[in-house]
Design a binder for this molecule. Structure first.
Ligand code: GLU
Length: 304
């Protein structure tokens, strides 16, 4: 298939449609982004990239980073992770507290806020300087030597993240947070503050299309079995309460973030990152969803 041709054709088609989404404003720093930006980058397993639009602009990857913290923890503690959380879809909003009450502080999965906060707690237990070690890991996986946290975004979240503070305290009340709540939530906000371009994000997630090995270098990020599990969790839990619809319409594992980024993976073939800041009512990028649906409809290359 001529990837560049299909990427360009579908990009041109989607960019002409009315964007009916809205930029996330509950994190004030995210509301400053120009909503008209739109980029798409497909990276094949052999490392070739096919881009269209604003693919070299840095944006806040937000919850897409939860897949990377999950990869770190899985590679360090393996299946012990599942003593602290489950791997089932939640069917609730990403920042919901509801299920935690009846499920005794055990988050439904590592890709909702509650689960990612417990993942951050595990990182705090693993390392003396968790923020530095996490950043080192993210630099390693992405291959971006000067990757750094966005202080402005982390601060903006800190000032408005009432639900996330509630979550960490609530989970701690069940004994499923081992470290100081302030340290854990600070790491979580920094994780969400990471910025990448579409091209960088697409390359970074390449290991999930390559049996756990980094593209180009072939260094192991996670085992093939762990890559399979991460893809499975993205498929069932990667799109808030729209995961079923994403599977139905797009048919690929993936993860979205409220910064408007989406990454989708076709194992053993490619990763594709889209970025358009306006979100639909479920919190997923309006144009990103449209692009990916049109893309897999045109290629008929999906996991189904
Ligand atoms: N930092 C965001 C929050 O916790 C992440 C939301 C998201 O991208 O799903 O609210």
């Amino acid at each position: 298939m001529d990837c560049q041709h299909i990427v360009n054709r579908i990009y041109d088609q989607i960019v002409q449609l009315e964007d009916r989404g809205a930029v996330a404003s509950y994190i004030p720093e995210l509301a400053k982004v120009d909503p008209k930006q739109f980029g798409v980058c497909l990276t094949t397993k052999d490392g070739k990239q096919h881009s269209s639009g604003d693919t070299q602009v840095l944006f806040s990857i937000q919850s897409v980073a939860k897949v990377l913290s999950l990869s770190l923890v899985l590679s360090k503690i393996g299946d012990d992770l599942w003593k602290r959380m489950d791997f089932e879809p939640s069917g609730s909003a990403f920042n919901s507290l509801v299920q935690l009450e009846s499920e005794n502080g055990i988050p439904r999965n590592p890709l909702i806020n509650a689960g990612a906060i417990v993942v951050c707690d595990i990182i705090c237990s693993l390392y003396e300087n968790p923020k530095d070690e996490l950043l080192e890991y993210l630099r390693f996986v992405s291959g971006i030597k000067d990757l750094t946290y966005s202080k402005d975004i982390a601060l903006s979240e800190q000032q408005t993240g009432y639900r996330n503070y509630a979550l960490v305290n609530f989970i701690k009340s069940f004994g499923n947070i081992k470290n100081d709540c302030e340290t854990v939530i600070d790491l979580y906000f920094h994780l969400c503050s990471i910025e990448m371009t579409c091209e960088q994000l697409s390359y970074t997630f390449g290991f999930l299309s390559n049996q756990g090995k980094q593209l180009l270098t072939q260094k192991e990020i996670v085992t093939p079995n762990q890559a399979k599990r991460i893809n499975a969790i993205m498929q069932t839990c990667g799109f808030y309460d729209e995961a079923g619809e994403f599977a139905f319409k797009v048919g690929l594992p993936g993860k979205s973030g409220v910064g408007g980024g989406i990454v989708a993976v076709l194992p053993n073939a490619y990763t594709i990152a889209t970025w358009s800041p306006s979100l639909n009512k479920h919190g997923n990028s309006y144009r990103g969803m449209q692009f990916l649906e049109a893309f897999t409809t045109a290629t008929q290359d999906t996991v189904f």
